[in-house]
Design a protein around this ligand. Structure first.
Ligand SMILES: Nc1nc2c(ncn2[C@@H]2O[C@H](COP(=O)(O)OP(=O)(O)OP(=O)(O)O)[C@@H](O)[C@H]2O)c(=O)[nH]1
Ligand SMILES: [Mg+2]
Length: 419
């Protein structure tokens, strides 16, 4: 773990400044204005109530993703890959299973229990028309649909897409097994340009979907064996654009840790929680942290750190799954972790190792946030526990992010960095 001075340097990099000014909070502008007036009329306690509601909303909102497509196209494989699971991991969907169930099957995210992937039998295997199929599959509960095909999108797929749209939901066409397409090109000994070949497959999917009457279709090319390649990152961008605020945050936090790009998205998302938890800390029930002369609510700090660790895939089972998917011994990944916040319980002792930096916290970290969220200035003025919690959680998030970056690099090498 870096010392307090290296952390402070990190905290003050222009990178951070740029970042904070471009990212907002989990609140809309209107909600922030309301928060300010809540403070003016009801003080910190009123603000705390609103912030607590937001944190509860973030923790309890469900995200339900429906994955459908004909038998054998890779539904189970995609559901596993999106949850960061390998074939033999606990909770993994069975792959290559020829027995098709006629009912939606639920697969929970290993670290975020409110995120569920639903494996829906392909419409063709049910003999139902699109509208009846969706009713049967309880379409209202899904936030969006992924329709997978391993070669051509069928008439059933396009009918389904139109019906999904008519019912006011979004769908995304995924063309899986792209690695197979490229391999067969290679095997033929033909000289080919990979990018051009991919563009050809993309255009082919799009023109067929257009012909079938889907307005402005997009097709995302994916290999379930390696989501870092091809269009998984574009699919995420499309989803982040389309999903409403809270669901978008949850989607990002549920992404598998496979690239530095994803680690960075998660860091930005988790930073939004730091000031909220700091606001909730302090006041009645604040427990002084030994070694720190200021009080803060240690339960909030520990809970926050555990949440960061889970979302960044640094808990033990996530590291095991990642190692298996990357084909590396888990010890190799654990060896690059530099923070005591990984690999054991988060105790007072562990917090204390972070805490001496927090005691000496300078105003500078807070000033950065003040520009973005004016109400924070008032809360900060109201008590030092805000400052201690803010600094402890900021430092913890920096340390955990740094370790997650190292773990991803150790797992997949640096070739993914540019993606
Ligand atoms: N090359 C390659 N093979 C894949 C990919 N995705 C899945 N497969 C393979 O395709 C086969 C079927 O994958 P599944 O994930 O079980 O497909 P499914 O759609 O769940 O199949 P059903 O449950 O029978 O409907 C398995 O042998 C997978 O290993 C991929 O992206 N590339
Ligand atoms: Mg399956």
């Amino acid at each position: 773990m870096g010392g307090a001075s290296s952390r402070d340097q990190r905290a003050e990099t222009s990178n951070r400044l740029e970042d904070e000014s471009s990212n907002s909070t989990s609140f809309t502008d209107e909600e922030l204005t309301k928060l300010q007036s809540d403070y003016d009329t009801g003080g910190v306690e009123k603000v705390k109530t609103v912030v607590q509601q937001k944190v509860t909303e973030l923790d309890n909102t469900e995200l339900n993703v429906a994955v459908t497509g004909q038998s054998g196209v890779g539904k189970s494989s995609l559901i596993n890959a999106m949850r960061g699971l390998g074939l033999n991991d606990e909770g993994a969907a069975e792959v290559g299973n020829t027995e098709t169930t006629k009912k939606p099957t639920r697969y929970k995210h290993p670290n975020l229990p409110n995120v569920c992937f639903w494996d829906l039998p392909g419409i063709g295997s049910t003999d139902l028309p699109a509208n009846k199929y969706l009713k049967e599959m309880k379409f209202t509960k899904y936030d969006f649909f992924i329709i997978i095909s391993a070669c051509r999108f069928t008439e059933n797929d396009t009918k389904l897409a139109k019906e999904i749209k008519r019912l006011g939901k979004n769908f995304y066409f995924v063309r899986s097994k792209i690695d197979n397409d490229l391999d067969s090109n290679r095997k033929g000994g033909r000289q080919f340009n990979e990018e051009e070949e991919l563009e050809k497959i993309r255009n082919d999917c799009v023109s067929k979907l257009q012909k079938a009457g889907i307005p402005s279709p997009r097709a995302f090319l994916i290999s379930n064996f390696d989501l870092n390649l091809y269009d998984f990152s574009l699919l995420n961008k499309a989803l982040e654009h389309d999903l409403p605020n809270i669901k978008k945050s949850i989607y990002i936090l549920a992404l598998p840790i496979i690239s530095l790009e994803i680690v960075e998205k998660k860091r930005k998302e988790l930073r939004k929680r730091v000031w909220m938890l700091a606001t909730l800390s302090g006041g009645i029930g604040a427990v002084p942290v030994p070694g720190v002369s200021l009080g803060c609510d240690i339960g909030i700090v520990i809970g926050g750190i555990i949440h960061f660790r889970q979302c960044l895939g640094l808990n033990d089972s996530s590291l095991q799954s990642l190692a298996k998917r990357a084909g590396k011994p888990v010890e190799d990944l654990k060896a690059v972790v530099t923070t005591p916040l990984v690999g054991g319980e988060i105790t007072l002792d562990v917090i204390n190792r972070l805490a001496w930096g927090a005691a000496a916290a300078t105003i500078s970290v807070i000033e950065i946030t003040l520009d973005i969220i004016p109400v924070i200035g008032s809360i900060f003025g109201a008590g030092s526990s805000f400052l201690v919690t803010y600094k402890l959680l900021s430092d913890a998030l920096d340390d955990l992010t740094e370790s997650a970056q190292k773990v991803v690099t150790a797992a997949f090498g640096t070739e993914n960095d540019a993606k």
